[in-house]
Design a protein around this ligand. Structure first.
Ligand SMILES: Cc1cc2nc3c(=O)[nH]c(=O)nc-3n(C[C@H](O)[C@H](O)[C@H](O)COP(=O)(O)OP(=O)(O)OC[C@H]3O[C@@H](n4cnc5c(N)ncnc54)[C@H](O)[C@@H]3O)c2cc1C
Length: 504
């Protein structure tokens, strides 16, 4: 038996967590893939969870530890139930309710309370077909203020602007829709609106059409919808208006408290909490998969010369992988625990995190998911036939794929990190020529090269140097995580107490 198991640490028993664990204990049976649970079964199960009140729609603000903890408990089930229910949960409590909590006013919060009592579901419609992973930066769905009728007119101007991949969209009662606001013919940028998308009878609101995206490789208990809006009228109160509102007279104004932060960035706050949740769920998935594989290989005898019958876990390359994965995954959990600790007070106060912390969250999201994918793939190559067995968890490995582009695609996050760093470098050293990598460190060397590429060829130069872009982003991911953890690690060698001090 190896002591460096990567299995997820057991959670303390008792209190709220015990109740939540008991409440979701049926999920592996209820959502068992061989029973092909319909969307209605899974959605019905989510309604029950919402109505139970075990997690409140406002917990992302009032009880962040419970909010993060509930996500973590569901992630522990992921090798058995896949991503569907976890995505439903995070859409309901983070993206939908969390956006309303962050950007709505008293009336919107009352709606959340009513939905909780009735067990009603919400969806979050940001992604558009053409904008894809750049949705948010690009939003083509339009919400135009109609002064005469005193309402917003929500419209999908062309096929590419249709919302797609919207989780829980075919069953939700309400939707938060992100649309480009126009007032008096002037574009005001992306804003979030809440609307009842489906009446009590189940009929869609007038002007809304939607359909299912079709079967996926995994998570088919989750419905994903494309949605189109054909001049849908929304009342003035549909705008989540804490930071930007349209008056009865049709005047647009930003509100005090926004602190100069663009409205889309206030909506984006939910993407930060989502990134922490998703990063942690990927690491927990990997820990669970390693735990299951090691339980199997500890018990499995293999032939060896001289009649010895070591366990499969004693095979050197597998033993080394268990040690490496155990240490790396534990360090990432430590990083995420620290991030949750820092974010908790910010969420309670409603404070916007500083740019440096946003960078750490993006870095953690990228590294946690890439590390989990890499380690799980290597485990699959080493553990033999177990990796092909139904029920081993390996059949749900696409769980990690879902993590990769949710709440900020990893490539897009890396592009942004590299761009921001090169922009800062340009300000510091406008005349800088590329230096040898050793002279000012690889980071500065890459910044210089990318600056030259941009200066000579613009975007084409940047695209042509894509390997430098991602190499720079890799270095930044490492540096942001290391700087954040400096002084926070448990002891010499980092949270796992062994090896080098940096987060890998
Ligand atoms: C199961 C599931 C649930 C989802 N739930 C929701 C939801 O509830 N609400 C919601 O709004 N959205 C949701 N999404 C959408 C999700 O967040 C992504 O935006 C969406 O999957 C993008 O898909 P795409 O393949 O069309 O992206 P594309 O834009 O086609 O991108 C494909 C890949 O190309 C690369 N790429 C694209 N553009 C660039 C670029 N400029 N630079 C570098 N690389 C680039 C990236 O690696 C990206 O992964 C969900 C998606 C899935 C799969």
């Amino acid at each position: 038996m190896h002591t460096s198991s990567a299995a997820a640490p057991a959670a303390p028993a008792g209190g709220w967590e015990a109740s939540f664990r008991a409440h979701v204990a049926d999920l592996p049976e209820t959502l068992a893939p061989q029973r092909s649970p319909s969307h209605a079964v899974a959605a019905g199960r989510m309604r029950k969870l919402v109505q139970s009140g075990l997690v409140r729609h406002t917990d992302v603000r009032d009880d962040p530890e419970r909010f993060f903890g509930a996500h973590a408990v569901l992630s522990e089930l992921a090798t058995r139930i896949g991503p569907g229910f976890g995505i439903r949960f995070t859409v309901q409590f983070n993206l939908f309710a969390g956006t309303i909590v962050a950007t709505g006013e008293a009336g919107h919060l009352e709606l959340l309370e009513r939905m909780q009592q009735r067990g009603q579901l919400g969806c979050f419609a940001l992604t558009e077909r053409l904008a894809g992973v750049n949705s948010g930066l690009v939003v083509e769905t339009v919400a135009e203020w109609d002064a005469q009728r005193a309402c917003f007119v929500l419209h999908t101007p062309h096929d590419g602007a249709a919302k797609n991949w919207i989780s829980q969209g075919t069953v939700a009662d309400y939707a938060v829709v992100v649309a480009d606001l126009r007032v008096g013919g002037k574009r005001r940028g992306p804003h979030a609106f809440v609307m009842q998308i489906r009446g009590e009878s189940g009929a869609l609101a007038r002007g809304v059409s939607l359909g299912d995206m079709g079967d996926k490789t995994i998570g088919n208990d989750l419905d994903n919808a494309w949605i189109r809006f054909d001049r849908v009228e929304l009342p003035r109160g549909a705008l989540l208006s804490r930071y930007a509102a349209v008056s009865a007279e049709g005047n647009y104004a930003t509100r005090p408290g926004a602190g100069g932060v663009a409205n889309i960035d206030m909506i984006g706050q939910r993407l930060y909490t989502g990134r922490i949740v998703i990063a942690e769920s990927a690491v927990i998935f990997a820990q669970s998969l390693f735990g299951a594989a090691q339980a199997y290989s500890d018990a499995k005898r293999v032939w060896a010369p001289g009649g010895a019958q070591p366990t499969l876990s004693d095979v050197p390359q597998l033993a080394a992988l268990y040690r490496e994965a155990g240490a790396r995954l534990l360090r990432l959990r430590e990083l995420l625990r620290a991030l949750r600790g820092v974010f908790g007070p910010l969420l309670k106060e409603g404070t916007v995190p500083p740019a440096s912390l946003v960078n750490v969250v993006a870095a953690a999201k990228v590294r946690c998911i890439e590390t989990s994918i890499e380690l799980c793939h290597r485990l699959k190559q080493e553990v033999g036939s177990f990796a092909l067995m139904a029920g081993s968890g390996f059949e749900r490995i696409d769980y990690l794929q879902c993590c990769k582009f949710a709440e900020g695609d990893s490539r897009i996050l890396m592009q942004k990190m590299a761009r921001d760093r090169v922009a800062a470098f340009r300000k510091q050293q406008p005349q800088q020529q590329p230096q040898a990598p050793g002279a000012a460190g690889e980071e500065a060397w890459l910044c210089g090269r990318l600056l030259s590429a941009l200066a000579s060829q613009g975007q084409a130069g940047w695209d042509g140097a894509w390997e430098d872009v991602y190499r720079l982003a890799d270095l930044l991911v490492q540096r942001y995580m290391d700087e954040f953890m400096e002084g926070r690690v448990a002891g010499p060698g980092g949270a796992d107490g062994g090896g080098g001090g940096s987060i890998v």
